[in-house]
Every structure is written in C-alpha cells, then in structure tokens.
Design a protein around this ligand. Structure first.
Ligand SMILES: [Zn+2]
Ligand SMILES: [Zn+2]
Length: 110
C-alpha cells in the first residue's frame, strides 16, 4: 500500500486516567480534607452539613430513638433481631406488609 507509512512503535501517548479529584464544596472533598488531616474549608463544611441533612432525611429511621410499638413492621423486625416471640399484632403487620408488597410488585409488572 502506498501512502501508508509505517512509523514503528508510537510513543505511548495514553495518559493513565487519574482519579479525578472532586472540587471543594463536595462531600468527597470534605473527606479528603479529613484524610489529609486538614481542617475542612468552609465550602466543604457547608457541603458536609448539607450532605448530613440529606442523609438524615433519606434515612429517618436510623436516627429515631423511640421504639415503634407492636403492630408495626419495625416492631416485627425488632422481635426477629432480638429473637423474641412475635406477637399477633406484629405478625399481622408483617403479613399486611407482604401482601402490600406483592400487590405493588404486580402493579409494577403491569
Ligand atoms: Zn475544601
Ligand atoms: Zn410485637
């Protein structure tokens, strides 16, 4: 083939992808400050606070201290966790939950 010039081995131009560092004002940057034992900057502190707030909103039950009464799914889970006998009220709550779940799954398939 004319016109085609074999140039031999090209220098390796591929630059290994570096881990992109997140800019300040993100949770990742906040953690990075802590990792390097730096004092997180204001932007990062604000971002972290925001992150915590969102996290708490997304996981409300992880923060709740008061125990759910019997007849709720949480109570049922608690019984199981503590290997306690499961009373009727909790049994019922669990059954209802599963029925609900099945109904929702069916609805999702459709
Ligand atoms: Zn920062
Ligand atoms: Zn119970």
């Amino acid at each position: 083939m004319s016109g085609y010039q074999y140039r031999g081995k090209q220098p390796h131009v591929f630059i290994p992808k570096q881990r992109e560092l997140k800019p300040c004002g993100t949770e990742a940057a906040y953690k990075r400050h802590l990792f390097y034992r730096e004092i997180p900057c204001d932007e990062c502190v604000t971002a972290h606070r925001e992150y915590l707030r969102k996290w708490r909103r997304a996981n409300p039950d992880k923060r709740r201290r008061t125990l759910q009464p019997c007849g709720t799914l949480s109570a049922h889970a608690r019984h199981k966790r503590r290997k306690e006998p499961i009373d009727d009220a909790c049994q019922k709550a669990r059954r209802e939950y599963q029925r609900d779940l099945r109904a929702r799954k069916k609805a999702a398939i459709r």
